[in-house]
Design a protein around this ligand. Structure first.
Ligand code: TYD
Length: 141
């Protein structure tokens, strides 16, 4: 079985955006209905200085959905060979990240909030934080 993932497996998922007679909108997210994994952890990035960067790592097994619930930022995804850039700037679009994809979060707007839904609990052993090590892991070195 080929478990190799590529940038083509990273995709924008359109989430529900419910508008009622109450003003404003609401987005619910259900395991396996809107996203292809079971949510085990939720975290969010905030107070990120405008223009700064986060990420710079890959995960061996973790899958994620990354959402800009406020403001905007870019996610650069790399599979060791190719790369793609996704701009997230609306709370009803999520970027699905399969396992084993390098990511860099860049161009944060002031006051932006990055919500991450994750398929497993925090585990530092799941991280690959060195890009050359990642390329070797993917078989490109
Ligand atoms: P990290 O994943 O490296 O941040 P980013 O990818 O956004 O740049 O995590 C930053 C720090 O936070 C690191 O010391 C680990 C810690 N952390 C947790 O304790 N729990 C978590 O769920 C996450 C995501 C990070």
């Amino acid at each position: 079985m080929n478990l190799q993932t590529s940038c083509e497996d990273c995709r924008i998922i359109a989430l529900p955006s419910i508008e009622s007679e109450r003003k404003g909108r609401l987005t619910p997210i259900y395991n396996f209905e809107h996203i292809p994994f079971d949510i085990k952890r939720v975290y969010y990035l905030y107070d990120v200085p405008a223009g700064s960067e986060r990420g710079g790592h890959a995960h061996r097994e973790l899958q994620q959905l990354i959402i800009s619930v406020s403001g905007s930022f870019d996610v650069v995804v790399k599979d060791g060979e190719q790369e793609k850039i996704f701009t997230l700037n609306r709370p009803f679009y999520g970027l699905y990240m399969p396992r084993q994809i390098w990511r860099e979060l860049t161009n944060f707007s002031a006051g932006s909030i990055c919500l991450v839904l994750a398929s497993s609990l925090y585990d530092e052993h799941d991280y690959i934080r060195d890009y050359e090590q990642f390329q070797a892991f993917k078989g490109f070195l």
